[in-house]
Design a protein around this ligand. Structure first.
Ligand code: 5GP
Length: 114
């Protein structure tokens, strides 16, 4: 059994996914269980388990994730209205322990989130 994360296996093309963007820092793929008409996950190539595990050296990487999220939203026609979500830890709803930014768009969003 591989000790690679699910998303590392997707990034390495070991598991199929609908990859819509990639650069030196990250990959964006469509979520398999979308919660909005547009729902992508921006995943760093570096398999940090969660955002709380990021260190100062990861500052550029974290910024790149935000830029990639904004770019994929804009490229899919949602540059003016999209939501970015990062679940940190099981108690916050994280289920895949490889840091990822959810990018959701194409419907109304309420506040506060559930
Ligand atoms: P989390 O709950 O960790 O914040 O988000 C994990 C996300 O990964 C969920 O929205 C879930 O639907 C998505 N996901 C889980 N397994 C797969 C998969 O095999 N392929 C894709 N594309 N998305 C997945």
């Amino acid at each position: 059994m591989s000790d690679k994360t699910l998303f590392s296996r997707i990034i390495d093309r070991e598991i199929p996914a609908d990859i819509i963007y990639e650069d030196d820092y990250c990959v964006a793929l469509r979520d398999i269980n979308p919660q909005a008409p547009f729902h992508a996950l921006v995943v760093p190539r570096k398999p940090l388990a969660k955002v709380a595990d990021a260190a100062t050296d990861d500052a550029e990487l974290l910024g790149r994730l935000c830029l990639a999220a904004s770019n994929v939203a804009r490229e899919h026609g949602h540059g003016d209205a999209f939501r970015m979500v990062v679940n940190n830890g099981a108690g916050a709803g994280q289920t895949v322990f490889h840091l990822h930014v959810h990018v959701l768009a194409g419907r109304a969003f309420s506040w506060p989130p559930g």
